[in-house]
Write a protein that binds this ligand. Sequence first.
Ligand SMILES: [Zn+2]
Length: 111
Amino acid sequence: MTMFENELKKGNFVISDCSSCKTIVWPPSDYCNNCLAHVTWRKIDPVGKLIEFSKKEEMIFGIVELEGKIRLIGTLKINSSDISEGQCVKLHSCSYDNGPQFTFVPCNGSY
Ligand SMILES: [Zn+2]
């Protein structure tokens, strides 16, 4: 298990920053994939943008971009009549169960 997966299991989404490259290391790793320095871990900014979505029966799935770089596929808890590409969404919950699981809600919603 990586640090990333361990924290996801606890419901925390952490990402790694390389302090020498001043960049986010993604996919998450204990070492920078550019300069191999150790990374520092921090919580992600949960507010992002919905890139695209699709509906499958009652479920809505989408791709969300966080911190202008990280793209995640997750479940959207948004009324299907209110959803639009490019809208502001935030990370509501995350977990790890045979792979990362993410749930997003509208930034200004009542959910
Ligand atoms: Zn680096």
